[in-house]
Design a protein around this ligand. Sequence first.
Ligand SMILES: Cc1cc2nc3c(=O)[nH]c(=O)nc-3n(C[C@H](O)[C@H](O)[C@H](O)COP(=O)(O)O)c2cc1C
Length: 163
Amino acid sequence: MRAAQELLPAGATLDLIELTGIPVFNQDDEAAPPAAVVEFKRRIRAAAAILFATPEYNYSVPGGLKNAIDWASRPYGDNAWAGKPAALMGASIGNLGSARAQYHLRQILVAFDMAVVSQPEVMIGNAAQRFDAAGRLTDDPTRQHIQKLLETLVKLGRNTRVA
Ligand SMILES: Cc1cc2nc3c(=O)[nH]c(=O)nc-3n(C[C@H](O)[C@H](O)[C@H](O)COP(=O)(O)O)c2cc1C
């Protein structure tokens, strides 16, 4: 995500949203959600487009990401994801670069009828060799891939109404 911040098309900004502090979803609380969720939904609504970055946990998305997605989709009729274009990316120390997690994430987003960028797919395998010790993405082909994804997402986002 920090690499993506450096690779944005002119005029675009990328705010990072961390999921820390979002509790386990409880439908009893969906009408009056905790403050962390209210803020999370506000930030989604303020965005013209969403860039998801996910690691892969046991062949799927981390539970924390799914949990946060669920919160923001509720209560029924107050889905913060509605109408937002999205793009996916991910990295893994393994070969597949979070591919399995990303396909699960795509499936989840079908529930919201979101426009999700199909290509390029940014699945960064063998990540340990593409980042330096400070966590900077040093691999040029990967940087170009991310840049292309961002160009496509930002084009979609330019037509989005924000709250
Ligand atoms: C519970 C758990 C399950 C994992 N499962 C997978 C997996 O299925 N596939 C994979 O490529 N990496 C797996 N990993 C390794 C993660 O991809 C790796 O921890 C992650 O890339 C670290 O991301 P970060 O450096 O962004 O925190 C798993 C890690 C954890 C903690």
